[in-house]
Design a protein around this ligand. Structure first.
Ligand code: DC
Length: 223
């Protein structure tokens, strides 16, 4: 039987990465945060002063400083471009504000989707993003599409930012999330949208454990 592939898609701060990480840890699956890869490409573009619409230039920068993942002693995932640890840098507001522009570039998506598909060959995997069920792993046995209200997602991001020591304004976060939703859902290539065979789940007011239990019940259905 093909190794289990779990695709978790949804808009910003819908709870995808928290639940995907927990699921992977609990069941020993590999976890891939594809949003971190688009953030890494954006970081490189900003760092090197590239035009954010210059797909070929950004791909060349990614060839020169490839994205890779590691772990710190506490088991947390680290993100690198070349040998530089950018785990914290990719969560900063400058990257967050620019990432939807870079993620809309076909050349960048082609390159990162190839890398994501290659990483999925390693075995059982849980991947979170916007186009996992539609484009990256259309054959995934489990496809979940998480949603939540803009207010709740902004509150989550606000708390997450505070815990990382990043100053933010809640109202500005709401506007930024709504704008990113719009850009991610309206781009030409692989827009944010549920796969036809994805199971939808609204995480508004639901605890992380509740979301985890729901996804585990979906996995049980296929066993
Ligand atoms: O999940 P996140 O907020 O870290 O994602 C950052 C951005 O990357 C998001 O605005 C859209 C983009 N993205 C994407 O286009 N495709 C993916 N598979 C994952 C993220």
């Amino acid at each position: 039987m093909q190794a289990l592939q779990i695709a978790i898609d949804g808009p910003a701060s819908s709870g995808k990465s928290t639940v995907a990480k927990l699921l992977a840890k609990k069941h020993g699956y590999t976890y891939l945060d594809t949003g971190a890869m688009y953030r890494a490409a954006t970081y490189l573009a900003l760092q090197e002063g590239l035009d954010l619409e210059d797909g070929a230039g950004i791909v060349a920068a990614l060839d020169a400083a490839p994205i890779s993942f590691g772990r710190n002693t506490g088991g947390e995932q680290l993100v690198y471009v070349g040998s530089i640890d950018i785990t914290d840098a990719i969560r900063q507001p400058d990257v967050t504000q620019a990432v939807s522009t870079v993620a809309a570039l076909p050349a960048v998506r082609e390159k990162l989707v190839q890398q994501q598909q290659a990483l999925a060959q390693a075995g059982e995997i849980v991947m979170d993003g916007r186009d996992i069920g539609t484009t990256v792993l259309p054959q995934a046995q489990v496809k979940i599409f998480l949603v939540a209200s803009v207010d709740e997602r902004a509150e989550r991001r606000y708390k997450e930012n505070l815990s990382r020591g990043i100053e933010t304004d809640l109202e500005a976060l709401k506007a930024e999330i709504a704008e990113r939703d719009y850009k991610d859902s309206h781009r030409q290539v692989s827009p944010l949208k549920p796969a036809a065979d994805a199971t939808h789940f609204d995480t508004t007011g639901v605890s992380i454990d509740g979301v985890l239990a729901f996804i585990e019940s979906e996995i049980e259905k296929i066993n």
